[in-house]
Design a protein around this ligand. Structure first.
Ligand code: RUB
Length: 327
């Protein structure tokens, strides 16, 4: 049984009250911390079972943001290693809490650092375009604005959940001039744009970007118009599974986000598809801005090798201290 506050976090991620890959990871790790603090386990094995249960619940909430399993892996790997020698539940609890707090702290620092690094790529007079709502991309724009650069931003609505409204509000509050456009108007306006800047739910080993549905069309329009595309991505969004040939799972959400039941009945029997993310190939991305610096997409493998080492499928599975159980 998960503590109520951890259940609330899992529910919040599932129904998107908690959203955006970075925040999803930080909240999931916080849920592990809450579980560790609340545990009344009488021995180390029982404590590990409780944390593993919590990990399983959190991993099932949303499938695409790789930051979620990477955040859980960060904590569980450290706790799992220490469980072999830990003398008491309290010792292991402290290790869990410390690992969770370190991950959350590092993740926040990463977003700030990306902002500082990325801001250097923005110059006076730039017209930017962003899609969806990314705290990493916003950090770049806010840092650039705070350093005195003057620019404006096209913000897409980002249907069906309208995350563009959140982005527009945040940028506006920072004083940045915003023009909101329909997602479908991206190509129409692209000739006025100097740089596209978006966030990431995952970066694959070959440097592809997994982000909000529509990102690949934005990148395609930018490529055609010779406009630069920057992805802002913390290193915990790089997917180790893609090093061994796995693909990032694309979440498909309910049709009710696209059309009401009443409208659907009016139209008649049709199929609705609602993928929440898409994949932009590395050829359409100029730079990935990480907290370690700026890399070309094909440098993604170097980040992965640095974080996870050169690993085989067996090692990756061994490295994980949990497995996602099939339902
Ligand atoms: C959010 C989305 C964001 C990335 C990066 O999708 O696609 O661009 O998650 O965000 P959703 P951040 O609203 O479906 O979660 O930079 O904040 O991690």
């Amino acid at each position: 049984m998960l503590p109520d506050d951890a259940v609330k976090i899992a529910d919040g991620i599932r129904d998107m009250r908690i959203r955006g890959a970075g925040q999803i990871a930080r909240s999931a790790v916080e849920a592990l911390e809450i579980t560790a603090r609340a545990s009344k386990a009488s021995d180390v094995k029982e404590f590990m079972d409780e944390l593993t249960d919590a990990s399983q619940t959190l991993l099932r909430t949303r499938p695409t943001a790789v930051s979620l399993p990477n955040g859980i892996r960060y904590v569980m790997h450290r706790v799992g290693k220490s469980a072999e020698t830990a003398k008491s539940v309290d010792e292991l609890r402290n290790i869990s809490v410390e690992a969770a707090e370190t991950f959350i702290e590092n993740a926040k620092t990463a977003v700030q650092r990306i902002g500082e690094i990325g801001a250097r790529r923005i110059i006076d007079g730039d017209v930017l375009l962003t899609h969806c709502n990314s705290s990493a991309a916003i950090s770049v724009m806010k840092n650039a604005w705070a350093s005195g650069k003057k620019f404006e931003v096209f913000v897409t609505e980002t249907r069906p959940r309208f995350q563009g409204h959140i982005t527009a509000t945040t940028l506006r509050k920072a004083g940045i001039p915003v023009t909101m456009i329909l997602d479908d108007a991206v190509r129409y306006f692209m000739q006025e744009v100097d740089k596209v800047i978006v966030g990431a739910d995952a970066i694959t080993a070959n440097g592809a970007l997994v982000n909000k549905i529509g990102t690949s069309m934005v990148a395609l329009a930018a490529h055609e118009a010779k406009v630069k595309v920057y992805a802002a991505a913390e290193t915990y969004k790089f997917s180790p599974e893609t090093m061994i040939g796995d693909r990032v799972k694309i979440e498909e959400r309910d049709q009710s986000e696209v059309i009401s039941q009443k409208e659907l009945e009016h139209i008649g029997s049709i199929k609705i598809r609602n993928p929440a993310f898409d994949v932009t190939p590395p050829e359409y991305i100029d730079l990935i801005i990480t907290e370690w610096g700026i890399i070309p997409p094909l440098g993604a493998i170097l980040i992965l090798q640095d974080v996870f080492g050169v690993i085989t499928a067996e090692e990756l599975h061994e490295y994980q201290t949990y497995e996602i159980e099939e339902d």
